[in-house]
Design a protein. Structure first.
Lengths: 306, 520
């Protein structure tokens, strides 16, 4: 097992370095001069040149790249050109907020989504199934932006029940979490429904039923455990995506998370921060994949030895 | 489990409803003593010397004061300086400072602090400094505690006005080594202002606390919290829900509804920002645009009044000069009333009927920007012009596309706004001088008229204010008839605030002023 883990971790290293290189190139392919954008329209040519020099943007690209990779290998993501603060600091002060939303939303999604999926699968072709499947399509296709505003209008303006925006109110997380969860609920519900349907048609389920096991035991012990594997993968990846910050949700609800930072940084062409966030996000995805693979290997010994 | 989860959420919602809906809910300013403001942009820095946006600098203004300020009409008024004199050669300005003024850290405000702060603005070591025109300062001398003398490299009659910019704000010299600060970069501005820095949470809020040792009129609110709420509709929702007291820039399309809402008041504050369709006056692809009469025809072809009414929801006023009325040097010079048949005639006479042009506009930089450009394109098509576009992109990409020398011009016309930070015509005239063609500046019409340039150069150094204003006026007349722009409008700066608050005002450079706001 240990060698398997070591091998998988080693294989990830070139992926991470490759990702860093691609990000470095991609942010620089964006049109726009960071120094001019930051200096403003009325800045003189000297002011712009001075800022460009201070930010190291007047150096040759190759030198900038080597500097970036060199710092990265030492665990330094660089300095934000917008604020002058270390990139890691900029990310870390916002990470708890993004993590909070991601955790709450994922929890809601798992609880509601799995339950709805099982319900729909066991009551296939009834109105419940129709309701869950219809609801899932609704959840997947609803624009987050519109949904968020509708929730704000209903709960903040009409009912005066919940804060419309911000994180300072203890209930501030409710609306963004629900908004964010809706998409994940739909995703998880669909995944669990189809996984359950597949498993319920398997021979061993029929055997379990034939030998007289209680329907509840068949469902939860025999079917669900086997159906959950692909669902866990979906949840893991979805959680990884949410960790990168839900750009629209965080913007509509003024939530001080990673997604907002990413947007602000893109619009001010803050290369180091954009690089830092995308890089960490890529690492998070690689880690999630790794953990999922290891879980598989743990569950299924055949993977370990192949 | 799922039922329980739902029930918990539902209970939470009910609980919140019970709290929020009751008479004790949503603590208003009367109870909390905090004025809650929502703005759209997270300030990049609170360092006075590195200010580039009015959004950030209006917050810095509450903490760090300048020697001179602007009143709500845009006039220069004394602030930390009681008075000032100018030498007869126009090269030396001496400011007399208020005495007995203290910084937030308790140290005394004096001429040495002025010298320290302005030297810091001019220093290349400061992180992203924005001296701009103040680079004209050659030397600063602290004559004694209450007198400070600025010597300039060349005469600069707008010097005092330029000193109203937040970049020239005075901070405590001792504070640059205080926690959070370095001489290069200030995150906690320690000035003499009515409010002092309390806390900041990135992307979320900035809180200021009343400075009890303030030398001037004491503010009413104990605290002011500035929340960062990037979306216009979200800010509107906050003020309508009573969760903040003051917001800037609601969605313009909602202004009529906000006007009717008794819970809020709408202030359409004057701004100095002009919005224009800039014409490439040296266009090699469409040489017809090099003719002034063609450019005049374009001005007649566009119904500015209808665009102001229907696309800008009345949140702008028409232009009668190449600058807003709030600038020193403004004079009314003319009008291009909407007349499509006249436009067609003029285009035909110039051989420009059916001319093909490409129009560019940014998305999200100015209120309704792309929609205004689309309306302009429609009017130009009505006049028989074939318009490609409006072609649009996000602001940094767009700026990179228009901020290019003539040979690389991407558009035949493009929408741009211009807002002089210290309300002097010299700043607007940066748009009409060929020596500001990119990369030297941002004169993206590439317009050149030697007479105009001579008048601007003369006015920029003229020490007699009357003569100066006359020169700008004369230049404005020539610019108006040369028509390097389709002169669109002077936009307004909408501020929406709770009916429970009074005393919210603004300065015409798009800054709100809540320092002396109070519960109504």
């Amino acid at each position: 097992m240990l060698t398997y883990v070591a091998r998988r971790v080693l294989v990830s290293v070139p992926t991470v370095l490759g990702v860093a290189t691609v990000i470095f190139i991609m942010v620089r392919l964006l049109p726009g001069d960071p120094a001019r954008v930051m200096a403003g329209l009325l800045a003189t040519e000297e002011d712009v040149a001075r800022i460009r020099h201070q930010l190291g943007l007047d150096q040759p690209l190759l030198l900038q790249y080597l500097g970036f990779m060199g710092r990265l290998l030492r665990g330094d993501l660089g300095t934000s050109t917008r604020t002058g603060d270390p990139v890691l600091h900029e990310i870390l002060v916002r990470l708890p907020y993004t993590a909070e939303l991601a955790l709450v939303a994922t929890t809601i999604a798992v609880v509601v989504g799995v339950a709805a999926g099982i319900l729909a699968a066991t009551r296939r072709n009834t109105w419940i199934d129709l309701f869950v499947s219809g609801g899932a399509v609704f959840g997947l296709s609803m624009p987050v932006y519109w949904l968020g505003l509708m929730l704000i209008i209903l709960f903040a303006i009409q009912l005066h029940a919940l804060p419309a925006a911000g994180s300072d109110d203890p209930l501030g997380f409710v609306l963004p979490s629900i908004t964010l969860a809706l998409f994940s609920i739909a995703l998880v519900a669909r995944q669990s429904r189809s996984a359950m349907l597949e498993v319920l048609g398997q021979d061993y389920v029929r055997t379990a039923r034939a030998k007289g096991a209680a329907p509840r035991t068949v469902l939860l012990k025999h079917a669900l455990r086997n159906a959950l594997l692909p669902v866990i993968t979906a949840i893991g990846l979805q959680f990884g995506a949410l960790l990168g910050g839900a750009v629209l949700t965080e913007t509509v609800f003024s939530w001080p998370g990673i997604g907002r930072l990413l947007v602000d940084s893109i619009f001010s062409r803050d290369y180091p921060v954009v690089q830092g966030i995308v890089f960490l996000l890529a690492v998070a995805f690689i880690l999630v994949n790794l953990v999922v693979d290891l879980l598989y290997a743990y569950v299924d010994p055949r993977i370990r030895y192949s | 489990m799922s039922k329980r989860g739902f029930a918990l959420l539902f209970a939470l919602g009910l609980f919140a409803a019970a709290c929020g809906g009751g008479p004790t809910g949503t603590a208003g300013p009367k109870h909390g003593g905090t004025l809650r403001i929502a703005i759209g942009i997270d300030p990049d820095t609170l360092d006075p010397a590195a200010q580039t946006t009015t959004t950030a600098s209006q917050i810095v203004d509450m903490m760090a004061e300048t020697l001179v300020g602007l009143d709500s009409s845009g006039k220069v008024v004394p602030l930390l300086a009681e008075s000032w004199t100018n030498s007869s050669d126009g090269l030396t300005y001496t400011f007399t400072l208020h005495s007995g003024v203290k910084f937030h850290d308790g140290t005394a405000f004096n001429a040495a602090a002025v010298k320290f702060s302005v030297d810091r603005l001019l220093s290349p070591k400061t992180f992203k400094p924005q001296p701009g025109v103040l680079r004209v300062i050659k030397d600063i001398t602290a004559v004694d505690d209450t007198h400070v003398r600025f010597t300039l490299n060349s005469t600069f009659p707008a010097f005092v006005a330029a000193m109203t910019q937040t970049d020239a704000a005075i901070i405590s010299p001792a504070s640059v080594t205080a926690p959070g600060n370095t001489p290069e970069k200030i995150t906690v501005p320690v000035g003499t202002g009515p409010y002092k820095f309390m806390e900041r949470m990135a992307s979320d809020h900035i809180t200021l606390a009343r400075f009890d040792g303030y030398w001037g009129q004491k503010p009413n609110y104990e605290q002011q919290t500035i929340k960062i709420v990037p979306e216009d509709p979200s800010r509107e929702a906050l003020v309508r829900a009573g969760q903040v007291d003051v917001i800037v820039s609601p969605p313009l399309s909602d202004l009529p509804a906000l006007d009717k809402d008794p819970a809020v008041k709408v202030l359409r504050a004057p701004s100095d920002r002009t919005i224009q369709i800039i014409i490439n006056t040296v266009d090699a692809n469409v040489p017809l645009l090099q003719k002034p009469e063609v450019r005049q025809a374009l001005n007649y072809a566009v119904d500015k009044d209808t665009i102001i009414k229907s696309v800008m929801f009345g949140n702008a006023v028409g232009l009668d000069a190449p600058m807003s009325k709030t600038l020193f040097g403004y004079c009314s010079v003319g009008s291009y009333p909407y007349d499509v048949s006249k436009a067609k005639q003029m285009l035909q006479a110039a051989g420009a009927s059916g001319m093909k042009v490409k129009l560019g506009a940014p998305t999200g930089r100015y209120p309704q920007d792309i929609k205004v450009a689309a309306a302009v394109a429609g009017y130009l098509r009505d006049a028989g012009i074939q318009v490609e576009g409006p072609v649009t992109s996000d602001w940094p990409s767009y700026l990179a596309q228009v901020n290019v020398p003539p040979a690389q011009a991407k558009f035949d016309m493009h929408l741009l706004g211009w807002a002089p930070p210290y309300l002097d015509a010299s700043q607007q005239m940066e748009q009409f001088r060929a020596d500001r063609i990119p990369p030297k500046g941002l004169e993206t019409s590439y317009y050149h008229n030697q007479k105009v340039e001579d008048l601007i150069n003369k006015a920029n150094t003229e020490t007699d204010a009357n003569q100066r204003a006359q020169d700008y006026c004369a230049a404005s007349k020539l610019i108006w008839s040369d028509a390097p722009w389709i002169f669109m409008y002077n936009q307004r700066f909408p501020i929406v605030y709770s009916s429970k608050v009074t005393g919210v005002s603004s300065t015409p450079n798009e800054k709100f002023v809540t320092i002396h706001a109070s519960p109504a």
